[in-house]
Design a protein around this ligand. Structure first.
Ligand code: F6P
Length: 360
């Protein structure tokens, strides 16, 4: 019998969502052309409100190179999953119940969910409640456990690298220090990789709290070596050593009105340094544009494996990649587990051996 499969993209978008969906759908239809694919619009919101489209083969045509998501997305925080679906009906159905109801009403055989860590927690809950779930790991942050890579990460590394590449010439002309703040949420993968790929002189990531005076000393060393400019790549989640124990609220308070860590560091350094400092925050630019060739290949591989898991009825799994191989990881094993940059990460160690400062 032909399967009926739902699909949705949830959370912040990232390059690779479209090619991943293309991989899933092509492999499903290749297995059985009568398979029905339902695309829920705007993430879990579409699932809650049964807002979906019957997808056709041509919907997935021409999207390999397209950034964003053809289904749309939204952020539906996991912590509100047991809140009422409608604010004016506090005793009514919850968001989670509404999702399960849609799944059952439509008699889905499976639901393929593309998203990051938050999305994965809801996916795991749906799985525990009896829905047949497959999760595909998407995020430029690369913070999902159980997979070496999440898609979007390599594309974002490419963009962030180009940003810093571009900063080099103007930094050199003006003999300036530049601080480039990169995304990555609470982890430092994107900044570490883009920092190394673009030759940043100082790399500051959340996993290694920085000391402003050490950053200053690294800048001074470069000046003594007659290097006319310096580039600091800093992850948006980085903290200085005296901020480590603060909760989010205390951190905001202590940084006063400065929400960006790059500007905060600029202030800290200006107290120590006379040289001109400029800040560059490329922001959502890192998540935009077309998926890199690497991510197109990765998502095709992961998407096809997701379809295979659906066909085999192997549910409650995230489809990841370890080395060159795709893996099916039980959702309950990885849900809610952040993948930090380990302090013995080979890329990080190589950077240290080259003399790149981590501000510690
Ligand atoms: O998780 C992906 C991410 O791009 C983070 O790197 C960043 O902190 C966050 O999303 C931005 O979220 P929003 O798109 O909601 O502003």
């Amino acid at each position: 019998m032909a399967l009926k499969v739902g699909m949705l993209t949830s959370g912040g978008d990232a390059q690779g969502l479209n090619p991943a969906m293309r991989g899933v759908s092509r492999a499903l239809w290749n297995n059985n052309p009568d398979t029905k694919i339902l695309g829920f619009l705007n993430g879990y919101h579409g699932l809650m409100h049964a807002n979906y489209r019957h997808m056709q083969d041509h919907d997935f045509s021409g999207i390999l190179t397209l950034g964003g998501t053809i289904l749309g997305t939204s952020r539906q925080s996991f912590k509100f999953v047991n809140d009422p679906l409608y604010d004016n009906q506090p005793e009514g159905i919850t968001r989670l119940e509404a999702m399960i109801q849609t799944y059952n009403d439509l008699a889905l055989d499976a639901l393929v969910i593309l998203g990051g860590g938050g999305t994965q927690k809801t996916a795991n809950l749906l799985s525990q409640k009896g829905c047949n779930i497959i999760h595909l790991p998407k995020t430029i942050d690369n913070d999902i456990s159980g997979t070496d890579l999440s898609f979007g990460f390599q594309s974002a590394v490419n963009i962030a690298t180009e940003v810093i590449d571009g900063i080099h010439s103007t930094a050199l002309s003006h003999s300036r220090v530049f601080i480039v703040e990169l995304m990555g949420n609470k982890v430092g993968w994107l900044t570490l990789h883009a920092g190394i790929a673009s030759g940043a002189d100082i790399i500051l990531i959340p996993e290694i709290p920085y000391t402003p005076i050490k950053v200053f000393q690294a800048l001074q060393t470069r000046e003594m070596e007659k290097k006319r400019f310096s580039i600091i790549a800093i992850a948006e989640g980085a903290r200085s050593i005296d901020e480590v124990d603060l909760d989010e609220y205390e951190l905001k308070e202590s940084r006063k009105s400065i929400h960006s860590v790059a500007y905060h560091l600029q202030n800290q350094l200006e107290e120590l340094l006379i040289k001109e400092i400029r800040v560059c925050v490329p922001g959502h630019f890192q998540r935009g544009g077309k998926p890199s060739a690497f991510d197109r290949v990765l998502t095709t591989k992961l998407g096809v494996e997701a379809a295979n898991a659906v066909i085999e009825g192997d549910f409650g799994k995230m489809i990841g990649v370890v080395g060159q191989k795709t893996v099916r990881v039980p959702l309950q094993k990885v849900s809610g587990v952040t993948k930090w940059v380990p302090l013995d990460d080979p890329v990080l160690l190589a950077a240290r051996e080259m003399g790149i400062s981590f501000g510690d």
